[in-house]
Design a binder for this molecule. Structure first.
Ligand code: NIG
Ligand code: FE
Length: 424
């Protein structure tokens, strides 16, 4: 076969035109971290086309000026297109589920009581230490496939169930292997400071030294993490310990994304804002001072509503945060203890139903703002020229509000990753 013909054919295959899109949601010319009024405006083009080339968004517009090109095309009549969800906070790599603790909670024990009696994160650490890297990878791979099928097209995954040098590195290598296996942007956060492992139960300082002097340098040497995380809570690490660990991470180029204010307001927000954290995540318990501090900063407030849903805790006061100017993102917190669901569609439904966010605010928080929370705003989070063609083609729906309205499921026809329908 003639060589020139072959390369033309490849180019031809790499193009796709989607026509008659009922609404092309989140189509933007420029990137912007959204707050307040901007957060409630969801741009869209009705009766639109979208042109994909080489896995990227080449162009889009109204059907009245649809390009007349002879390339593969799809008719999307009645359906909408929006960028894939960006899940900026997960613990997707874990060894085993924890239904026994779920039953204990139904019988009246609290998440914190279970944690204090050796369950919780320590239970997950015990199971993960026993499992081989290969088996952990296979389990995580399965979960990531299910996650993408639910419309997630960029993700962050944390370590934090190893709690020893070898096991934290094992977890981060699994995350690295997932990065190599899947064609989606994937960021890794090192969460050695998730809990005090049992070997250090009477030696907090010793464990923090291990994190600073051994774990962080070893992880940085292999380039295994993008961010540093700390569980800043009474049951875990104090605000000052959090500061110490953030600074140790910074010295190795790791920016901070921190768990704080899930159960306690204890200085975490102040430290994170001072240390210029990329995001503070959870925020179920916030004082007025903390909201105003956050609103004046560039630190994103990432809300994880499926955690208080699963733990029957009070929800985040999203209205107070948004109305006062905090840049809010949404994520799942997918983990075996407090949020065993990878379904961003459900997080968006909870954001509307329980946090009183409008569907437009929730979709913005789960796409463009979430992309900022992973410093991926140049690649994903909106339908913009040059960004990755990772997008959701919905079922035939009347309006975008149907996504949170039809809670518990995902009204998705197909998910496209790198311009191609995602198939297992
Ligand atoms: O974000 N809170 C700390 N980490 C997770 C829960 C981890 C677990 O229970 O395994 C969270 O809720
Ligand atoms: Fe978490």
């Amino acid at each position: 076969m003639n060589k020139g013909f072959v390369s033309l054919r490849i180019l031809y295959d790499a193009m796709l035109l989607i026509k008659n899109i009922k609404k092309l949601l989140q189509s933007r010319e420029e990137n912007q971290l959204l707050r307040k009024g901007n957060l409630s405006y969801l741009p869209c083009i009705e009766n639109a086309w979208l042109w994909i080339e080489e896995g990227k968004i080449k162009d889009f517009g109204e059907m009245s000026n649809c390009p007349k090109v002879e390339i593969e095309s799809i008719d999307a009549s009645g359906k909408m297109i929006l960028p894939c969800w960006v899940d900026s906070h997960t613990h997707l790599v874990f060894a085993a589920s924890r239904e026994e603790e779920f039953k204990m909670r139904i019988d009246g024990k609290s998440y914190q009581e279970i944690a204090q009696s050796g369950g919780g994160i320590l239970n997950s650490a015990y199971r993960l230490r026993e499992m081989s890297e290969e088996e952990l990878f296979e389990k995580a791979k399965r979960r990531l496939i299910q996650t993408i099928q639910l419309g997630t097209g960029a993700i962050e995954i944390k370590s934090g169930y190893g709690l020893s040098v070898a096991s934290e590195i094992k977890m981060l290598r699994v995350i690295q292997a997932l990065k190599n296996e899947f064609d989606i942007p994937l960021k890794a956060s090192f969460l050695g400071a998730h809990a005090l492992p049992k070997e250090f139960k009477d030696d907090r300082k010793g464990y923090i030294e291990l994190i600073k002097k051994e774990m962080i340098p070893a992880i940085a040497k292999e380039n295994l993490a993008d961010y540093i995380d700390v569980f800043c809570e009474k049951v875990a690490f104090s605000a000052e310990e959090t500061r110490e660990i953030i600074q140790a991470g910074k010295a190795y180029g790791l920016k901070a994304k921190i768990h704080t204010n899930q159960f306690n307001s204890m200085g975490g927000i102040e430290v994170c804002v001072e240390e210029k954290a990329i995001s503070v995540d959870h925020l179920e318990v916030m004082t007025q001072e903390e909201i105003s501090l956050l609103s004046k900063s560039n630190t994103i407030g990432t809300l994880l509503p499926s955690a208080p849903f699963f733990l029957s805790d009070p929800y985040q006061d999203a209205r107070a945060m948004i109305d006062q100017g905090v840049a809010v993102a949404l994520a799942t917190d997918y983990n075996p203890g407090s949020s065993p669901s990878p379904n961003m569609n459900f997080s968006i439904a909870l954001a509307c139903i329980k946090l009183k966010m409008s569907p437009s605010e929730a979709i913005n928080a789960a796409t463009i703002n979430a992309a900022y929370a992973l410093e991926l705003e140049e690649e994903v989070g909106s339908i913009s020229k040059g960004k990755r063609a990772n997008f959701i083609l919905t079922e035939e729906i009347e309006s975008e509000s149907f996504i949170p309205y039809s809670f518990g499921r995902a009204p998705i026809d197909k998910v496209f990753i790198h311009g191609k329908e995602f198939k297992e």
